[in-house]
Design a protein around this ligand. Sequence first.
Ligand SMILES: [Fe+2]
Length: 164
Amino acid sequence: MDVSGASESKAYPGRDSHEYWDDGSIIVRTNKIPWTPWALEGTYFKLLDYSRNHSYFVFLLKIEASAPKAVHKHIGAANAYILQGGFGYEKGGVRAGDFFVEAGGIDHAPETDEDGCILLGFTNGAVAGYNDDGSIAGIIDVDWMVEQAKANGAFDHLSKVPRG
Ligand SMILES: [Fe+2]
């Protein structure tokens, strides 16, 4: 088995469709998935992978500059890599190329930069949004993400093989 990465042209399948294997491996063509409205006005996501057993999901998140600043709590850490634009909060600003961890248990209210933001996020547990009076407005967990993606016709790539 050549693991050097130096092999020449391999007959990879085309890149027009998602790929699935019985062992659970997948290749997701993210440009084939429509954006699904997320929890706030001006926010959209593409669900890339998930695990219900670990309450975990991987997603692309697009936040328009007009999206409201919303206080939320992380029930489990969120890791993310910024692909475009950025945002800022009390811990500083993050821009394209930055990776960050929002620790489990913290709450905060990021403010999106003027050019918006697209990030690749890895969420453990859930995210809880608050109302102005401190009560919980909603919980975003893996089930919510799956339901919204299915309702938007944006789940086919994850429906062919079981996810743990
Ligand atoms: Fe956050």
